[in-house]
Every structure is written in C-alpha cells, then in structure tokens.
Write a protein that binds this ligand. Structure first.
Ligand SMILES: Nc1nc2c(c(=O)[nH]1)N[C@H]1C(S)=C(S)[C@@H](COP(=O)(O)OP(=O)(O)OC[C@H]3O[C@@H](n4cnc5c(=O)[nH]c(N)nc54)[C@H](O)[C@@H]3O)O[C@H]1N2
Ligand SMILES: Nc1nc2c(c(=O)[nH]1)N[C@H]1C(S)=C(S)[C@@H](COP(=O)(O)OP(=O)(O)OC[C@H]3O[C@@H](n4cnc5c(=O)[nH]c(N)nc54)[C@H](O)[C@@H]3O)O[C@H]1N2
Ligand code: SF4
Ligand SMILES: [Mo]
Length: 671
C-alpha cells in the first residue's frame, strides 16, 4: 500500500573534501532526492560523529542564489558581471575556438590554467584537466598559494614523514600549537587537547594574537609576524648550549647537525627576543619547558609560512623535536600535513611539463605586464583568484585586459566570475564522484554523487574530458570516467588499501591511524635521516637556508596586516553567506594612536591599494598587528577590495610561497 505524501527519506554516505585537514565522513539525509541535512558519522574515526557548522549548512550552498546553473557568455564590460545564458555546446565551442587560435598564433604557452584545488580530491584535479593542458603545451602553473613553504620544509627535513595523530595528543605531557588556529581551521584536534589538559598536559601557543587556545595556554608567545625563524633558532641554540640536545639521537638519525647548530648560533635569547618582540625570559621558559617535557608534541600550522621567511621558519620549528630528542614515544614529535600518508598512482599518464613555469602568486603581474608570449587564454577552475591571490589590484587590472580571454569554471558566482568571458557551472562533491586523502586525519575515502547536478552543472572530469575530445587531443587508452580514474589511482596503492576503498569506501594507511614517529613511520629522505639543512633548500635560499630577512615595515606603513582563516569560511568558499561589513581588527593602542574608535569607518592602505571598512578594537592582537581575515569576497566590502589588495606578490625564501602576512599598512579614520 502506498501512503500519500509519505516522505521518501534516506541517508547515504559521503565525505567532506573541502580544504580542511579533517576529511570528515558524512551522513547525507535526502528527502525526495533533495539534501536536507549533513551530519558527521564515525566511519572516519577523526570525525567522531561531529562536523563544523559551515558544512552542516551545505544544503543552503547547493541551492543558493549565487549558485551557477548554466553556462554563460559575457554581454557587459569585463568585470561588470553581465552575462547571457548559453548552451554547453555554444560555450565549449567558443572555448575550443579561443584555445585553438591562441595555440596556433602564439603557441601553447599563451594558455594558462589557474587552479589550486585545495577543496578537490584526486578525481577533480590533475585528471582530464592535466591531460588537456599538457597536450596543449600550456604554461605550467606552480601551485604555491598555500603549503609550498611548509611542503618544501617537510619534504627536505623528513621526506614528508606522517605526523602524530590528533588522538595521540592525549598522551603528551606538553602540546605546542605553533601558528595554527585549531578552533577554526582543524576542529577535531580540539577535544583531544581538552582531554589532555584535563589530565595535566601543558599547553604552549605561539601566535601573534591571543586565540581561543592561547587564552587557555600555560604560556602564550606572541611574536611579531614573520619572526618564528629567530624564535625557533634561539630555542635550538639554547638546547645545544645547555646540554639539552639529544646528541645520541642526532648522531644516529640526523645529518648536517653541526651546520644547523652554526645557523642557530647568531640567535641568542636576547637577540631573538628583540627581533620577535618577546621577553628573553619567555623564550627561555619555553625552551626549558620543551626540554623537560616528555612526550612533547608540536602542532605546526600554516600561519608561520605566509611570509618572507616562511620555509626556514617552518623548518626551524620542525627541527626542534629532532634536536630535543622528542621522537619515539606516543604523543611525541610533530604534526604538519599528513597528505603523503598514502602512496597512490597517477590518474593520467602524462609526461612531465617542459613549458615555462608561472607562479600563481604572481599571476596579476604576468597578466598586467605580459611576458612573451603573453597569456591569451586564462582558464580558472578550483580557485577564486580575485578573492584569494596577492596583489588584487594588479590582478584585477590584468583580468580586465580586453585581449585576454578568460574562462571561469566554478560552482558559484564568485568575484572572479565577473571577469569571465565564458562561465561554466561546476558540480559540488555531492553531485560528483570523488576520492580524497585527508591531510590531517588518516583516511582515504571514495564517494559517489548523492544527488543529480543542480541546473546544468557538470563535473571537472567530464568537462575537461570533452574539451580533450573536441580539440582532437585524445590518445588511445584515455578514460576520464570516475571508475577508470579511481582504478588507476588505486593501482598505485598498497593492496590492502585498494581493497578497503573498493569494499568499504574508506581505507586507512598501512601503518594504521596512530603512528609513532621513528617507530612506525620514519623519514622518507633518501638515507632515512633527518636533514637539518637539506641540500635543495640550501641551494634555493638566497644567502643560505635559515638566513633571516627582516620586517618589511616602513615609517609610512608600520602595521603588519595578517589575514588568517575564519570559522565560517573555507578560504573564500561560503563567503557569500557573510552578512555585514567585515571589520578590520586593530589593537586598542594602535587605534587610539590614530584617533580610531570601535565602529569607525577606516581606510587601510599601502602602495598597492586600499581597503575601506569599519574598525573593530581587539585587545587579543599583538600591538602593531592588524587583522582582516582571508575568504572575504570583494563584493562584500565597501570599496570592493579585501586584504589581498594590500598583500605584495613577493615570495617566501624557498618554495615560491605567498607572503600574505608580509602586508604592511597604515590605517586612517574616515569621516
Ligand atoms: N574554517 C576553516 N578551516 C580551514 C581553512 C579556512 O579557511 N577556514 N583553511 C584551510 C587551509 S587552506 C589552510 S592552509 C589551513 C590554515 O590553517 P592554520 O594553520 O590555522 O593557518 P592560518 O589560519 O593562516 O593561521 C593560523 C594562525 O597563525 C597566526 N599567525 C599569523 N602570522 C603568524 C606568524 O608569523 N607566526 C605565527 N607563529 N603565527 C602566525 C594567525 O594569527 C592564526 O591564528 O586551514 C584549513 N582549514
Ligand atoms: N589574504 C590572504 N589570502 C589568502 C590566504 C591568507 O592567509 N591570506 N590563504 C590562502 C590559502 S591558505 C589558500 S589554500 C587559498 C585558497 O584559495 P582558493 O584556491 O581560491 O580557494 P577557494 O576560495 O576555496 O576557492 C575555490 C573555488 O573553487 C570552486 N570549486 C570547488 N570545487 C570545484 C570543482 O570541483 N570544480 C570547479 N570547477 N570548481 C570548484 C569553489 O566554488 C571556489 O570558488 O587562499 C589563499 N588566500
Ligand atoms: S570543513 Fe573540515 S570540519 Fe567541516 S565537515 Fe569538512 S572536513 Fe569536517
Ligand atoms: Mo591553504
């Protein structure tokens, strides 16, 4: 018997692939084929049944007015955001024609794909897109907007050895959270820190502002942004000088120990303290607490990489557990990214790129002051550059160039979409298949689409696959369907991992989910040792690795602007939900010195641009530091600019990383 109006309700499994270390496993509730709720489940133990509020509200994102539902073609001026609806055929034909003309007239390097893919797994980035752009001979994009400095440091010192699992923080006697804001950007570590604290574990936080965790810490060091390098080297020097270095461990497991000691030598407590704006006694207290505690673990975040010293700063922090001999015990060592926990095969079989390399942090410069050949076709996907890349003014000028043909392939109508010539609508992770390894939690998960695409949205693998065919670039054996891509990726995995993904949709690394460093996992460097001054980094760093570059502040622009993550967005994803002006946070002393009160309209500026918004006084900031978070959409500020209008396109010491927190500004009150 059928019951009239009975709600067809079912719960299906999925995973969250957003750019967050936790990689939650999800239960998605469907009613009549529509998503009505997302919850965390226990399949991925890290999720432990709870997820963040932003993804819990994902049904709103799926159907929001900003969602792109159809291909579109520009009708208004560049940047005006005026389009007419088009068919997929018309949009793709136009793209094919532009790609063909660019390639024939100026060579493949006049084409630039622009993607980061932090919120994408192994099926929606570096599959059909990689095949397309390699076969076109397009310029090669260096994906450096995030994690390039940390990646180089982690690779150089430890060969990206997997880190301490969140749950094992409960075994630590000391937890150091360094340049990470766990309450916002990786929430599943927080309950373990709480439980550890309840049984007496000490907590040290290193952050230029008093975060929620810093407020609870036994010791909060608030260095000036970009000075973690002298701070960590001073701690290393103190360990060596005071007989607290683990000589036996270093002799057996580390290389370039003496050279590293020499690099730390200039940084006495007093000199480092002056550079960092800290008390020498606080640095010493930290060094002593760290030396005394066992097990001791460092959660190293990404806040310390986003500056001129980024790579060496991260390396100097990662060197501490080796110098102090903190490995070999559960709850001892460090955590950074666990993104290399699984060995996986390549989704597509393409030759390495030999074309010119373009650093994504300098795309504005490349478009605005074109090299030869200039970029004629810019293809943006998995990225919202106008909101998230440095030197926003320059990028805006570059995107406005009439002779540039820009495709933006996105799920929603972002700031960047306004500058597109052709817009393509993309599916979300609930509408396409995905395979994703967490970079915090130890899980590799596969998910199937759980709903039909919204409007005419299509997955990346389908659209790029079709472009390959339409351009006549197919090769025998091409198959960009999710099943074939997944099979090729899993062919490179350990047999147990492959079997578990195929059977259960989730797999854990061969070493399990709670490895003890130097017991269950070891450095994956060529000789299995920790390299304290890795050759490659030494060669790449001007002036040698660990050379310190001083603060870029000037008398005209004395305040350091930092732009960390917020709880309500993932980079700029979900930015459309933000209501009301995002304030610029200032320390009360800095505000008072400028006659600025809470709620005043202010102008933050430097030689690159300006940001007009309201001021918020925040005594949790270090004096001299201002904050305007990442992820804000240009559309939502009074003058259509975000922190990135003030961020230089300079690069970190090694790895070509973005220097978001090297923005130096002045702020004035507006009437
Ligand atoms: N909710 C949410 N979660 C996220 C993201 C998000 O946007 N929202 N983004 C994801 C991504 S892409 C990333 S890369 C990670 C980033 O997550 P985190 O590693 O937490 O990085 P940030 O948010 O950039 O900054 C973290 C902290 O570093 C501090 N900081 C700034 N400059 C310095 C410095 O020079 N030294 C030190 N010691 N600290 C400094 C900031 O005040 C901030 O509290 O989070 C991921 N998770
Ligand atoms: N000022 C300042 N700026 C920053 C930072 C900072 O600290 N300060 N942090 C930086 C960091 S850590 C990061 S990681 C970057 C991230 O910057 P972005 O890479 O730009 O990340 P998002 O803003 O999340 O934008 C990703 C876009 O891809 C789209 N997308 C998602 N999935 C798909 C898909 O399957 N197909 C297609 N076609 N599109 C898809 C989303 O809708 C979204 O618009 O931002 C950086 N920007
Ligand atoms: S964004 Fe992070 S915390 Fe939120 S559901 Fe996704 S993985 Fe979990
Ligand atoms: Mo990031």
């Amino acid at each position: 018997m059928t019951v009239p109006n009975q709600v067809q309700r079912r719960v299906v499994a999925s995973q969250c692939p957003l750019d967050c270390p936790d990689s939650c496993s999800l239960d998605v509730t469907l009613e009549h084929g529509r998503v009505v709720a997302l919850e965390g489940n226990e399949r991925n133990p890290t999720t432990a049944g709870f997820i963040c509020d932003k993804v819990r509200a994902f049904p709103r994102y799926l159907e929001h007015e900003t969602r792109l539902r159809h291909p579109m073609i520009r009708t208004g001026a560049k940047g005006a955001g005026e389009f007419r609806q088009a068919s997929w055929d018309e949009a793709l034909e136009r793209i094919v024609a532009e790609l063909t003309t660019a390639r024939e007239s100026a060579g493949g390097e006049s084409i630039l794909p622009l993607s980061y893919g932090g919120s994408n797994g192994s099926l929606t980035q570096d599959t059909a897109d990689l095949a397309l752009f390699r076969r076109l001979g397009a310029s090669h994009l260096l994906r450096t907007v995030c994690a390039a400095p940390t990646g180089h440091a982690a690779q150089g010192l430890y060969g990206r050895m997997p880190g301490v699992a969140y749950a094992d923080y409960e075994a630590a006697e000391l937890i150091v959270v360094w340049g990470a804001n766990s309450q916002a950007s990786g929430i599943h570590l927080v309950p373990h820190i709480k439980r550890a604290r309840a049984r007496g574990t000490k907590l040290v936080v290193v952050d230029p502002r008093r975060t929620k965790l810093a407020r609870q810490a036994d010791l909060h060091l608030a260095p000036r942004p970009g000075t973690d390098l002298p701070l960590a080297l001073a701690v290393a020097r103190w360990l060596f000088e005071n007989g607290r270095a683990d000589v036996a461990f270093l002799t057996e497991h580390a290389a370039e120990v003496e050279l590293f000691r020499e690099r730390a030598e200039p940084w006495s407590l007093v000199r480092a303290a002056a550079e960092c704006g800290l008390a020498p006694t606080d640095i010493e207290a930290f060094a002593r607490t760290y030396a005394d505690a066992s097990p001791a673990v460092v959660r190293c975040g990404w806040g310390l990489e986003r500056n001129r010293n980024g790579c060496a700063a991260v390396a100097s922090v990662l060197a501490l557990p080796a110098v102090a001999g903190k490995f070999g015990l559960r709850g001892g060592g460090y955590t950074l990214s666990n993104g290399a926990a699984f060995e996986l095969g390549a989704a597509v079989d393409e030759q390495p790129s030999t074309t010119r390399m373009i650093n994504m942090n300098q795309v504005g410069r490349i478009l605005d002051d074109p090299p030869s050949p200039p970029i004629r076709v810019l293809f943006v996907y998995n990225n919202n550059p106008l909101a998230t890349l440095p030197d926003q003014e320059r990028l805006r000028r570059g995107l406005a160039r009439e002779e540039l043909f820009t495709v933006v392939f996105d799920q929603v109508h972002t700031d960047t979409v306004d500058y597109a010539d052709v817009v393509l609508p993309a599916t979300t992770f609930l509408e396409h298949a995905e395979l994703r390894a967490g970079y915090g939690s130890y899980a590799l998960q596969a998910s199937e689409p759980v709903i039909a695409p919204v409007g005419e949205a299509r997955p990346n693998y389908a659209v790029f696959g079709e472009l390959v065919r339409k351009l006549g670039l197919e090769r025998p054996g091409d198959d960009f369907e999710p099943a074939a891509l997944t099979a090729r990726i899993l062919a490179g995995a350990a047999p147990d991992v492959r079997a578990a993904v195929e059977r259960d949709g989730i797999a854990f690394p061969t070493f399990g989910t709670s490895p003890v460093q130097f017991v269950d996992v070891r450095p994956r460097t060529r000789d299995g040792k920790v390299h304290l001054v890795p050759d490659r980094l030494e060669r790449e760093a001007a002036g040698g690795f660990y050379a310190y570059r001083s603060d870029p502040a000037t008398d005209a622009h004395p305040l350091a602007l930092i732009s960390p993550a917020t709880k309500t967005t993932i980079s700029s994803t979900f930015g459309q939900f933000f209501e009301g002006p995002m304030p610029l946070a200032l320390h009360p002393d800095d505000a008072a010195a400028r006659g600025i009160a809470d709620g005043d309209r202010v102008r933050a500026y430097n030689e690159l641009g300006e940001l007009v918004t309201i001021a918020k006084l925040d005594a949790d900031l270090r004096p001299g530091v201002a904050l305007f978070p990442k992820g804000v959409w240009c559309k939502q500020t009074e003058n259509g600019r975000t922190s990135n209008a003030l961020v230089p396109d300079s690069l970190s010491d090694v790895g070509g990383g973005a220097c978001f927190n090297d923005a130096r500004i002045e702020v004035e009150k507006l009437r």
